[in-house]
Every structure is written in C-alpha cells, then in structure tokens.
Design a protein around this ligand. Structure first.
Ligand code: AG3
Length: 286
C-alpha cells in the first residue's frame, strides 16, 4: 500500500501532515524548491522549501483577508502593487474590483507563476486573463526601492516567511520605501506570520516593531488558516491616515455585491479584535 505523507515541521517537535495521493511535480529553481502535491482533503497544494503556501481547500481565507479588508476601507483604490503572490490568488481577488485600474505583480521567481498556471488554475486564473495585471519577475525589495513616490494606493506583501528570498521584505528599508511609494490614502498589508509558536511569534514581533516605526497607523488582524502553523495567522494593516475601523466603508462595500467565502463586513471589525496574549505582545513592541 502506498502511504505518502507530506509533513511540515511547525516547531522542532510539532509537525503537521497531509496524506498525499500524488507528488505532482518538484523543481529546484535558482531561488527555492517548489513542490506540488495532490490530496483528498486539501486538494492540490504547493510548498516552497517544504513550507505550505497554498492549498485549494483553504486559500480562500488568506486571499479574501489580504484583499477585501483594505478594499473595504478605501473602495476608491486604483493602483495596486502585489509583492510575491506568484500563485495569483491575491491578484484574483483584487481583479474583482472594477475601480482598480492597474496591478503590478512582482515575484522574484517566474517559475512560481508558470507552475501555478499549470497546476493551480484556481488561484492563477486571473494572471493570464486580466489585462490590468503587469507581471515583473524581480526582487520586490528592489522594485519598491525604484518605484516613484506616491505611485500606489495599496501595496499587498504576499510573501513567504522571512527566511530565504523573502527576507528583504521584512526590513526597515523595505517598509520605508513602501511608505514613500504609497499615495496619501495609501495602505500596506503584509503577511505577518503567527503569534502562537515562539519561532513565528519572534518574526511577527520584529515585523510589527518596524512597521510601527514607519507608519502612523499600524494594526494587526487575524484569520483562521488551517494549514499554516497553529492555524492562527495574521496580516498587518499599516497606513498613512486611514484607520481600518473608523474609516471602514461598510455600506459601500456591501453595495458592490461581491460574494465572498470568508470575508464579510461583521468579520471585518471582529478580525481586529485580538486574543489577550497577542494584544499584550503587540502592545509591548516598540
Ligand atoms: N504565503 C505564505 C505564508 C506563510 C506560510 N508559512 C508556513 N507555511 N510556514 C502564502 C502565499 C499565498 N498567496
């Protein structure tokens, strides 16, 4: 009997496993190792350097929350920059807004995009269909550094963990350049790791400290991501002047009539209410 399990170590002594029905593909690119698997419960999923990035079954939670939260705070967002996100899931959600005029998607590794177009059309579908998207295969750190002042209304950092090619996306210089590249009403959302296990918590606090020093408004919100370490994951919401709750445009967003599987306008506010242990950790950050 074939008994093939994919496992990710969430800590040195905790691992998460998915029984796979097939190992679809494996490739070592100049940047990272990319693998695609098939499973009963999570469908097709892909990993980078052994860490789960996207599964067909729970990607909706991540991509709803990275996109609809800022769009409901400023429904007039027109120019969007996605850093990372080569699987296309974030772009797919952004493309649902007719008011968005241009999307720059910057992924360091073209192979992520090409392989997701082949194995994960569920997330990659918008990439070859929507003319508003321009793809750039280069380091996101460098792209933002060279971006003109005020060029974007929204920057979405859809990155891996801060090890390997994603490291530069968790630095002070990167956040400062994001600030500069954002318009007056600009919002930055970043993949903010998890507060539960020490190794991830450490990165999440480091990121928060830097963002808090760069942006006048720096909040964190949570969502349930079953395949990521501990299942509790965070995004950062940073902006020049818009507050995610005080400036939330509930009625305007509802009037758009977008059907979503995870995000809704009640959850929008609830997501910013954090468990006490997370709040305490974040409050102590300077
Ligand atoms: N970005 C990866 C989030 C971090 C996952 N970490 C882990 N499995 N240890 C996901 C990209 C989705 N567009």
């Amino acid at each position: 009997m074939l008994d093939l399990w994919y496992s990710e170590y969430h800590t040195d002594d905790v691992k998460f496993s998915i029984k796979t029905t097939r190992h679809l593909y494996s490739e070592q690119t100049p940047f990272q190792k990319i693998d695609f698997f098939e499973s009963e419960t999570y469908g097709t999923f892909f990993t980078i350097d052994g860490l789960v990035m996207v599964t067909q079954r729970d990607e909706f939670a991540y991509h709803d929350m990275i996109c609809h939260v800022p769009m409901a705070v400023n429904p007039d967002i027109k120019r969007v920059l996605i850093i990372g996100g080569g699987d296309g899931g974030t772009a797919r959600e952004v493309c649902r807004y007719k008011g968005v005029t241009h999307i720059d998607l910057v992924d360091i590794d073209e192979r992520v995009v090409r392989l997701c177009q082949k194995y994960l059309p569920q997330t990659a579908c918008a990439l070859d269909r929507d003319e508003r998207i321009s793809m750039h295969f280069m380091d996101g750190f460098k792209f933002v550094k060279e971006a003109p002042d005020g060029a974007y209304d929204l920057i979405l950092v859809d990155s891996t963990d801060p090890i390997g090619p994603g490291e530069g996306l968790f630095t002070m210089e990167f956040y400062e350049n994001c600030y500069r590249a954002l318009s007056d009403c600009g919002i930055l959302i970043n993949q903010h790791e998890s507060p539960f296990y020490d190794n991830y918590n450490h990165e999440m606090l480091r990121a928060h400290a830097k963002i808090k020093r760069t942006f006048p408004i720096a909040k964190v919100y949570q969502f349930h991501m079953p395949t990521y370490p501990s299942g509790l994951w965070l995004f950062g919401f940073a902006s020049k002047k818009l507050d995610p709750i005080a400036d939330f445009k509930r009625e305007r967003w509802e009037a758009l009539g977008l059907k979503t599987k995870y995000y809704n306008t009640d959850l929008h506010c609830a997501a910013f209410a954090l468990p006490t242990y997370v709040k305490e950790k974040l409050d102590n950050v300077r």
